[in-house]
Design a protein around this ligand. Sequence first.
Ligand SMILES: *Cc1c(COP(=O)(O)O)cnc(C)c1O
Length: 387
Amino acid sequence: MAASIEDQLADLRSRSLLRRLRTFDTPQQPEIEESGKSLISFASNDYLGLATEPALKEAAKAAIDRYGVGSGAARLISGSLAPHAQLEEAIARFKGTEAALTFSSGYATALGTLGALCGEDDVIILDKLSHASLIDGARLSRATVRVFPHNHLGKLESHLEWAAENHPGARVIVVTEAVFSMDGDRAPLTEIVALKNEFGAMLLVDEAHAVGVLGRNGRGLADALRLEGEVDIQMGTLSKALGVAGGYIAGSRRLIELLVNRARSFIYSTAPPPSLATAARAAIEFMESEAGENRREQLWENLGSFGEEMPQLFSDGRRIQSAIIPLILGDSGRALEAADRLAERGFYVPAIRHPTVPRDAARLRITISARHTRQQIAALCGVLRSL
Ligand SMILES: *Cc1c(COP(=O)(O)O)cnc(C)c1O
C-alpha cells in the first residue's frame, strides 16, 4: 500500500529532512525581518544587491507604465514585446555571442535546452554535482546519461571515449556548472574545453553563480579564462547576481533558432512580464558600468574579509573561489541545529540537506553579498567559530 502523505511527512521529519517555507516581509538585503525578529541574512544569491538597485526598480516601473504587467501569451503566439528582444540583444552583446534566448526561469532553460538538443540516440555527460535542473533536463530528453565524479577529468575522458565507441554519430553534450551552487568551487573549464574539442562534443556551461562574480564586468568563468568562443551553449540565470528572474542561453544564431523551434519550456510557456525583461537589461547595463565594476570589487573585498576571519577554512592552499562558502557538517540534524543556533544569535544561514546535497554532506551554505558590511561579516564569523 502507498504511504499516506502524513507518513511521508513524518518520515522526512524523523530524518531531519522536513523543509518549511519561511516568510520575510523585507526585500532581498542583508537586514531581514521574520515575524518582527531582525536577522542578518547570508542566504541570498543576490550577490551584488541588484534586487533592490534603484536603477533596476525605476526601469521596471517605467516598463509597467508603458507595457502593462502581463505579456499575453507564449512568444510564438502573441509575439515578443520589445523588452524581450532588447534583453536578448543585451545578453548576446554581454556574452559575446551571436544571439541569446530567454526563458521564464533558469530551471525552464535547462529543461527546454537539453530536451531540444538531445533525443534517445544522444549522450549527455554531466558533472555529478550539476544542478537539479540540468539533471532533470538530461533525464527528460531521454538521452543516455553518464555522470562523472565532481570535476574528475579522467572519468569525463573515459565517458567521452565510451560515447565515441558505443554511440558513433550521436550528439554528445558535456554539461557542467561554472561555479557549483552548493560547493562554491569552479569547474576546470580550460581542460574540459580541450577534452570536448578532442572528441568533437558540445559543451553546456551553466554560469548561474559565476555571472556577476567572475570575469570582466562579471561575464562569468568562461570569460575569466578567455574561453568565450569555446563554450557552445552558455546558460545562465537572470535571478542571481542579476537580481531579477528568468534564465537564458547565449550561443550561435542557429542554436537559438533551434531552441525557438524545439525547446518546449519556451514554446509552451507565457513570456515573462516585460517589466522583468527591462529590469534584467538594466542589470546587465549596470554590470557593464563603472558602478557595476565597483560593486563587484566590493563583493570580493567582503569575501576577502570573510577569509581573514576564518583562516582555518582556507588552509592547505584552499581559496575562496566564489560568493558561496559551504560549511560541511555531515549530518542533517547537526546542520539544522547549527542554523538554529545562528538564528538565535541573529543570523539567517540556510541548512542545506539531502537531496540538494549528498546524504552525509549536509551543510550551512553561506553566501556573501557586496551589500554586507565588514561588521556584519565579522559578527557572523564570531558565531561560526563558536559553533
Ligand atoms: C538557481 C540555479 C538554476 C535555476 O535558475 P532559476 O532561475 O532559479 O530557475 C539553474 N542552475 C543553477 C546552477 C542554479 O544555481
